[in-house]
Design a protein around this ligand. Structure first.
Ligand code: SF4
Length: 418
């Protein structure tokens, strides 16, 4: 029986880590096994502010030998400490899974004893889960910086996804706020994992593949002075060089008092804007330089695609029946799915505004930037366009995406479909 108090401490301590989306895994069950990362159980479930649910998210221990300034678990913090054994974590995971409380496991840990010792015990836990308990459910494991590379690779063949947190957007901030970590200690393991995944892909490895759901990372936003432009530059480089599945942004929350940290948090709107910009880089063909200058921040008033369009009004309006896909993707109110639908539908007939409405194109925004069969229903006044886009965005300033309220239906476009 696991002490409830321990459980409370270790789940509470894990809550600031946001890099745990469970998408992308294809691990199937085996005869007589338990769990399946391919179907049903591993769904993309998010709390209203975008955090993933349905995984047991827990630390093995919150005892840490490091002293990262922003972290409530750091060595010098006066907080209750606890540690679970690999067997306790396995028992907990399997029991929760059988009761249908969870779909998988997100396992992390503070660095106790030494990086190698911590990684060794994390590795032992997931090895037991896979081999002894025959657990085929989704496992996301947090990598421990400075731990031995062989341990990391062993874990990578057992877990579905791993993440090494990049923590802060620059080496300088890392030195100031997390001096025991270095950019190198975070980048090198990511690079090794990428190379191992590339090797498996090229050689068509089927069994015990390295990280079938890839790797992710997390950055803390607002604990250090980097601009959104710098953050997005780093993001772009990480996607390009490490082939990451996701970069997660965690808005800094001042839970720790320190002279080196700002008194106020970064706020969820900044985090939300970064996710929107991230989406534009990955799915809409935008370069960071188009979205945000190196020393600039994203506009709080407009989503980054609207902000870009307002700066480039000379490129609009575009004719919906002839504009190439990459141009449609840049029209505010036309999301990626919408742009593909338009390209398919116009092969058969010319489209008008009614057709677009049926495709759920957000015409309130798009009408200022498009013509349909030569007709334009937007405003000729730049000031009016700006005002209407800003008014439309006022709802998103009030709250972030929610999967529980009615309003979420109309807001669901804000991140996924821009
Ligand atoms: S290593 Fe991790 S747990 Fe330890 S103080 Fe730094 S951020 Fe916190």
């Amino acid at each position: 029986m696991i002490d409830e108090k321990k459980l409370e401490i270790l789940t509470e301590s894990a809550k600031y880590d946001v890099s745990c989306s469970s998408s992308g895994s294809k691990r199937a069950n085996t005869p007589g096994g338990l769990g399946n990362a391919s179907f049903g159980g591993i769904c993309h479930s998010f709390t209203p502010d975008g955090r993933c649910i349905s995984l047991l998210k827990i630390l093995m221990s919150n005892e840490c030998i490091y002293d990262c300034e922003y972290c409530p678990n750091r060595r010098s913090a006066d907080v209750p400490r606890a540690r679970l054994t690999p067997d306790e974590i396995c028992e907990l995971t399997v029991n929760f899974y059988k009761r249908n409380y969870i779909e998988g496991l997100f396992l992390s840990s503070a660095v106790f004893d030494s990086p190698d010792k911590t990684m060794e015990l994390l590795c032992e836990t997931i090895l037991k889960l896979r081999k002894l308990y025959r657990f085929n459910g989704y496992i996301h494991l947090k990598g421990i910086p400075h731990a031995d590379g062989a341990l990391m690779m062993k874990a990578a063949r057992l877990a579905d996804r791993m993440s090494y947190n990049i923590e802060l957007p620059s080496e300088k901030s890392l030195k100031l706020l997390a001096p025991q970590k270095s950019r190198q200690s975070l980048i090198m393991p990511m690079m090794s994992l990428k190379e191992a995944m590339d090797y498996d892909r090229v050689n068509k490895v089927r069994k015990n593949k390295v990280l079938p759901a890839g790797q992710t990372t997390q950055m803390i936003i607002g604990a250090s002075p980097e601009s959104d432009g710098q953050i997005l530059k780093l993001t772009e480089a990480l996607y390009r060089r490490m082939n990451l599945k996701r970069v997660y942004y965690s808005s800094y929350i001042p839970v720790v008092k320190s002279d080196k940290l700002p008194a106020a948090g970064a706020g969820l709107l900044r985090e939300h804007r970064l996710y929107q910009a991230d989406w534009l880089i990955r799915f809409y063909g935008f370069d960071v330089d188009e979205i945000c200058g190196e020393d600039e921040n994203l506009s709080p008033d407009y989503d980054p695609k609207c902000a870009w369009a307002l700066k480039n009004m000379q490129l609009f309006p575009v004719e919906i029946n002839s504009a190439p896909l990459e141009t449609l993707l840049r029209v505010p109110g036309i999301g990626a799915r919408g742009a593909y639908k338009i390209c398919e539908a116009r092969k058969f007939a010319s489209l008008d505004f009614d057709n677009l409405a049926k495709m759920r194109i957000v015409l309130k925004r798009a009408k200022h930037f498009i013509t349909c069969k030569g007709k334009f229903y937007g405003s000729d006044s730049f000031a009016q366009v700006k005002t209407s886009l800003m008014l439309e965005g006022t709802n998103e300033r009030a709250e972030q995406l929610s999967m529980f309220s009615e309003r979420s239906v109309s807001l669901s476009a804000l991140t996924g479909e821009l």
